[in-house]
Ligand binder design. Structure first.
Ligand SMILES: Cc1ncc(COP(=O)(O)O)c(C=O)c1O
Length: 370
């Protein structure tokens, strides 16, 4: 064995592992089927047009899908009143968040997020070696003044999800407009609208106008939530046109695969089905929140397809017991929130009405035994 200190050195990662609360992996003790309500997915399978498009695309799987997603960008531009040249598609919007950070943040820079901002904002910042700055929130909701006063000469990026994950809370459009107006030109403001359809199906329109008006504002969207295509991994961004060559340079070729492109395109053609599903889910969200409140479980107001809940007066241990109870009692996997400071909450996505009933019945059993 060499002792020169070079040949004995072990590989060293530049990245510090993120310590997160894990998910339940063990078998369901009663042999019940498990239902994953932990990932904010839609509970429905492909729409008829999506299923047909996937079958057809599978016949051409020998061919690359096209690196710049031309047909999909054109359809997105038509559906949203945008110019296709201002749009880039990605392997989920998560890829685009990374691509944006790779373009604008390095060691020595600051990336600014809200205190309970989406966990991937933290992860992408760490990957770049940049410093994460968190602005305090008010009532678990982003505080625009707190964000604005945390901006420094080193701030390169602001990431803001609206509605936010994991809180589900929403800033009104007027606040987003005020943030865009007051964000200095050296800072890129990224408005992540992953859940916007659940807060009003067409609520993104005004936000897209902000990205048209300011050359430092980017809007990201996804097919993973309202469109029910999380497994296909398709997201997109509307960005100032001059940024797009840098975005393409920041990743490998053709990251949105051919089947995913076909599925996303077909979901836009099946928009009435998508709208109906979202409307039904929003009704379920209200029904479940009201029923939980009657049991003593409070949900934050949500503009998303999930609820972040806590038990009135209970600590993190009780919440952990409820997470375990949902799994052992009913096969339901819910999300332990991974953001620091939210240990007394758990998060679950709304499922089908039958799945939601299962959750309500299981919650009632837990509360009765508490
Ligand atoms: C706020 C937010 N943004 C972005 C994403 C990433 O979505 P995708 O990469 O599936 O488009 C998620 C996924 O949960 C999210 O919660």
């Amino acid at each position: 064995m060499s002792t020169d200190g070079v040949t004995t050195a072990k590989p060293q990662s530049y990245l510090t592992p993120l310590v997160v609360r894990g998910r339940i992996e063990r078998p369901q003790p009663k042999g019940l089927p498990t239902v994953n309500l932990g990932y904010n997915e839609l509970p429905y399978g492909p729409t008829p047009l999506v299923a047909a498009a996937l079958d057809k695309a599978a016949q051409n799987v020998n061919a690359y899908g096209g690196a710049t997603c031309d047909a999909l960008r054109a359809a997105l531009a038509r559906a949203n009143g945008l110019d296709a040249d201002d749009i880039i598609c990605g392997n989920g919007s998560e890829e685009l968040l990374d691509v944006i950070a790779r373009n604008f943040a390095r060691a020595g820079d600051e990336v600014l997020i809200s205190a309970y901002g989406y966990i991937q904002f933290e992860m992408t910042t760490r990957r770049q070696g940049a410093a994460l700055v968190k602005a305090p929130e008010t009532n678990f909701t982003t505080d625009v003044d707190a964000i604005l006063s945390a901006i420094t000469a080193r701030t390169k990026l602001i990431f803001l999800a609206n509605p936010n994950n994991p809180t589900g809370t929403v800033l009104p459009f007027s606040e987003l407009a005020r943030l865009a107006l007051n964000t200095p030109p050296h800072v890129v403001l990224v408005l992540d609208l992953a859940y916007c359809e659940f807060d009003g199906f067409d609520s993104a329109a005004g936000v897209h106008d902000l990205a048209k008006a300011y050359d430092n504002v980017i809007v990201t969207r996804t097919f993973s939530k309202a469109y029910g295509l999380a497994g296909a991994r398709v997201g997109w961004a509307q960005a100032p046109r001059q940024m797009l060559p840098g975005f393409y340079a920041a990743r490998g070729m053709a990251s949105v695969n051919a089947l995913a492109q076909a599925a996303a395109l077909a979901s836009l053609a099946d928009i009435d089905v998508v709208r109906d599903r979202v409307a039904a889910l929003v009704l379920e969200r209200e029904r479940v929140a009201v029923s939980l409140a009657a049991l003593g479980i409070s949900a934050l107001p949500s503009g998303t397809n999930f609820l972040l809940v806590s038990i009135d007066g209970a600590d993190a241990e009780v919440i952990e017991a409820l997470v375990v109870h949902f799994f052992d009692d009913a096969g339901l996997i819910v999300g332990r929130t991974r953001e620091a400071g939210l240990e007394t909450f758990l998060r679950f996505s709304l499922g089908t009405p039958a799945q939601n009933d299962l959750l309500l019945q299981s919650a009632a059993r837990f509360m009765a035994a508490l």
